[in-house]
Design a protein. Structure first.
Length: 568
């Protein structure tokens, strides 16, 4: 468990602030993460990495000369938001384009993609390569669907060294793709991790067993087998990873990675056998790494990563780098960047009409009620998410709702109209929640807001049409952004029946909304019988059968509360 906690919701922010305070010669804080505190030559490709907190030294610990120029930092096991990532991308644009890399997770793909598109719209060339090294998460024929875990370091290091050499954006992208194609990882866990402030782990491993193919976000493994000796575990890891040998190189980087609780002596003991077995198979290990590089809070476990080298990758892997958590060779002194930077200022908001302000007040009351709901059901949402996922759905939704509630309260004091208030609620929700659900709810709320106005407010007889149009627009945004379909065990299984009932039920708004809530609740309940097809739970598929999808459950519960605050 995590012993040193103030408020669990502030854990990630406070940990990042402490990291920056401890390493001013490497890091400078920006909105959404960190960037190098040292001067970067103009015309150098900027490398931005990132993901959720809980994996240190991934990702902020790898920011510095020779690896990354910046890291976008989300909450515990949750993607940073698009606005956070955009801020880091902007800070790392040095005139030669920005290269972005992260583990292949749905929330990261959504948020990094949105941020990249925004910067591209400003004329900056942005390229993205996702890391897919986890061989347990999908078979070889679906390698593009695999997760990124400890192999992140291999890809980031080679791409960062290329940028440091002065390679252009095309070359940095090519090298990252090449390194990712030649990197494979397999891991085992002996005990699950516990989120800050929680009183139980996200998953447990039966006594005398170990879990194969775990995920670094607290996802359980794909199978439990008898716990072996260090030699037996080393042999298992080597066997699994060598099964995907590309066959054209006998020179490899070996990274034996601790996941949080396994101590260094245990790792070195195990690595001795790993090195021997690789040698017996005819491999030469180049510049091995043994230690914690990509953790999962306090998870007990380890993973083995191999990067098959050619001359180019070997040069880049062994090139000097200097970051808070990973150093190699001699980089030399770098000048601290003391350039003055403009502070963020509060933007002006034009007051809404009296009628729109009144509607904004009703909306703010509804947002506050949603916040209270999520405070109540957060543990339940986390528990059902932990069955086959990472257990953070409840806390992520609560963070989003709390941020939306705070934004709504502040905007009321500034006389915001209904549209502006709801737009800012959506932006605040996505910003604070992170992850896939944060992106989807942020987009949904902002799409609903677009159906409102800060000046003209529909007459009472038109309230039904406006409310239905806003809700339909919200569901459309979820479908467009998430690309999920009914039957794949996601929030869509509740959202689509909700939308369809809104559009087909006659009568006054309360009657229409109640019918739609019933449809959403029925849809959410039906997900108990589904096998997961998307998100982190898809790795475990049938393990989720018997448990409803947390995203569908939270959707149904939220729209029920919203219905209590609609005009009659």
């Amino acid at each position: 468990m995590t012993f040193l906690v103030n408020a669990p919701s502030d854990f990630a922010d406070q940990a990042l602030a402490g990291l920056v305070a401890a390493h001013p010669r490497y890091l400078r804080a920006v909105h959404g993460g960190v960037v190098r505190s040292t001067v970067v030559p103009q015309g150098q490709v900027g490398l931005v990495i990132g993901g959720g907190t809980g994996h240190y030294p991934a990702f902020a610990g790898w920011v510095g000369p020779g690896i990354a120029h910046g890291s976008a930092c989300g909450n515990i096991f949750a993607s940073p938001s698009a606005s956070q990532i955009y801020s880091v991308l902007k800070a790392c644009d040095h005139g030669a384009g920005v290269f972005v890399s992260f583990g292949n997770y749905a929330g990261d793909v959504l948020h990094f993609g949105q941020a990249a598109e925004k910067l591209r719209g400003e004329g900056v060339d942005v390229r993205i390569v996702t890391v897919t090294d986890d061989i347990a998460s999908a078979p070889p024929q679906r390698a593009a669907e695999r997760r990124g875990i400890a192999g992140d370091l291999a890809v980031f290091k080679c791409a960062g060294a290329a940028a440091e050499e002065g390679a252009d954006l095309d070359a940095v992208e090519r090298i990252a793709v090449h390194a990712n194609d030649r990197t494979r990882t397999f891991g085992v866990a002996f005990a699950g991790c516990t989120l800050p402030g929680a009183d139980h782990p996200l998953f447990t491993v039966p006594e005398g067993q170990m879990s194969l193919g775990l995920g670094i976000h607290g996802e359980p493994g794909i199978a439990d087998v008898p716990l072996g000796t260090a030699d037996e575990i080393a042999a298992l890891l080597v066997e699994k990873v060598l099964a995907e040998d590309p066959g054209d190189s006998k020179r490899v980087v070996a990274l034996l990675n601790g996941l949080g609780t396994v101590k260094y002596e245990e790792l070195y003991l195990t690595y001795g056998t790993v090195a021997r077995l690789l040698g017996e198979h005819g491999y030469t290990v180049v510049d091995a790494e043994v230690g914690e590089q990509c953790t999962s809070l306090d998870m007990a476990g380890l993973s083995l990563t191999l990067l098959w080298l050619d001359d180019e990758l070997e040069r880049l892997w062994t090139a000097p780098c200097d970051t808070p958590a990973y150093r190699k060779g001699v980089v030399g002194e770098r000048e601290i960047d003391r350039t003055a930077r403009a502070e963020d200022t509060q933007d002006d908001i034009a007051p809404g009409s009296a009628a729109s302000q009144a509607l904004a007040g009703r909306i703010a009351t509804g947002v506050s009620a949603v916040h209270a709901l999520l405070q109540e059901i957060e543990p339940y949402l986390g528990d059902i998410d932990a069955i086959a996922g990472d257990g953070d759905h409840g806390i992520g939704m609560l963070r989003g709702a709390a941020a939306g509630d705070a934004a709504a309260a502040e905007l009321l004091t500034r006389q915001a109209g209904a549209r502006t208030l709801l737009e800012r609620v959506g932006a605040a929700w996505a910003e604070r929640s992170g992850g896939t659900s944060g992106a989807l709810w942020g987009a949904a709320i902002e799409a609903a807001a677009a159906q409102l106005d800060d000046q003209d407010v529909a007459a009472a007889q038109d309230a039904r049409e406006v409310a239905v149009a806003a809700a339909v627009a919200a569901v459309h945004a979820i479908l467009q952004l998430g690309k999920a379909q009914v039957g794949e065990k996601t929030m869509v299984d509740a959202a689509v029946p909700f939308r369809d009932a809104l559009q087909s039920t006659p009568g006054p708004l309360p009657q229409v909304w109640a019918a739609a809530v019933t449809a959403a609740t029925t849809g959410a309940e039906a997900t108990k019988d589904y096998s997961a097809k998307r998100g982190r739970a898809k790795t475990h598929q049938d393990k989720s059968i018997g448990t409803p999808d947390p995203g569908a459950v939270s959707f149904a519960r939220i729209v029920a509360v919203v219905g209590e605050h609609l005009p009659g």
